[in-house]
Ligand binder design. Structure first.
Ligand code: BEZ
Length: 237
């Protein structure tokens, strides 16, 4: 139980942001003890949920398990966390197995003292709710945080959007490009602005000669199939 007298809600806190290295930790999980850094070289989708034996969370875990092969195909390790105990996690996952026949294919961290959830800002700092929120951290193979999403307890996440975002980040890594709004794999990607005035003019006046489709000098698209990887090693992902 948290003693509210011990909590200094005005204490300045380090904020984890995109671009930072994901803080390492070792934790008890439903698959034994794990350390985040053991997944270096893989993408990690690290996500928190408010609590075991709750309906929205149950629907999310079933959806994650059903799409597990899609995450595996993209070299993504799924890693769940909540501030429930490991026996609670095991009972809940067994209940999901009884309901659906699904053996949960990824580990779920038991963060009983909320140490990891606090480090990642997954719990309200003054612990009003005594539960982790629905946060997602997408961590790249160098263990850098590349995306952070937060959802309320009442609304489940869209697994297809998480997969789409991973696809977009992997295309960015491999080709050094960006992706536009509503991008889906196969759609044209956005090329970074030119470094020289000569190429800027060429993009504005004759983009076809560069294999680009430009609506303005700063707004150019290309097909991924026409691009050369800047990180060929990322192609395996
Ligand atoms: C749920 O997963 O259904 C849930 C969890 C915490 C608060 C509200 C809903």
């Amino acid at each position: 139980m948290i003693n509210s007298a011990e909590i200094d809600i005005d204490r300045p806190r380090e904020c984890l942001t995109i671009g930072r290295i994901a803080p390492d930790f070792t934790a008890i999980t439903t698959e034994g003890v794990i350390t985040l850094s053991q997944f270096r070289g893989q993408w990690v989708l690290f996500f928190s949920h408010p609590g075991d034996f709750t309906p929205v969370c149950t629907s999310e875990f079933i959806a994650f398990a059903e799409l597990y092969p899609e995450f595996e195909r993209r070299n993504v390790q799924l890693l769940g966390i909540s501030i429930d105990s490991n026996p609670s996690h095991l009972g809940w996952l067994y209940s999901i197995l009884e309901m659906t026949g699904i053996v949960m294919p990824f580990p779920l961290i038991a963060d009983r003292d909320a140490e990891i959830a606090t480090l990642y800002g997954m719990v309200n700092p003054d612990r009003i709710y005594e539960q982790s929120v629905r946060d997602v951290f997408i961590i790249d193979p160098n263990q850098r945080i590349r995306a952070i999403l937060a959802y309320p307890a009442t609304n489940g996440r869209n697994m297809y959007e998480l997969i789409r975002l991973i696809d977009a980040l992997q295309v960015t890594n491999t080709y050094g490009v960006s992706t536009p709004a509503n991008w889906l794999p196969g759609d044209p990607v956005i090329i970074p602005v030119a470094n020289t005035l000569e190429e800027t003019i060429q993009r504005a006046t004759n983009p076809e000669s560069l294999g680009l489709d430009c609506l303005a000098w700063y707004y150019c698209f290309a097909d991924v199939s026409q691009l050369t990887p800047v990180n060929p090693t990322d192609l395996q992902q």
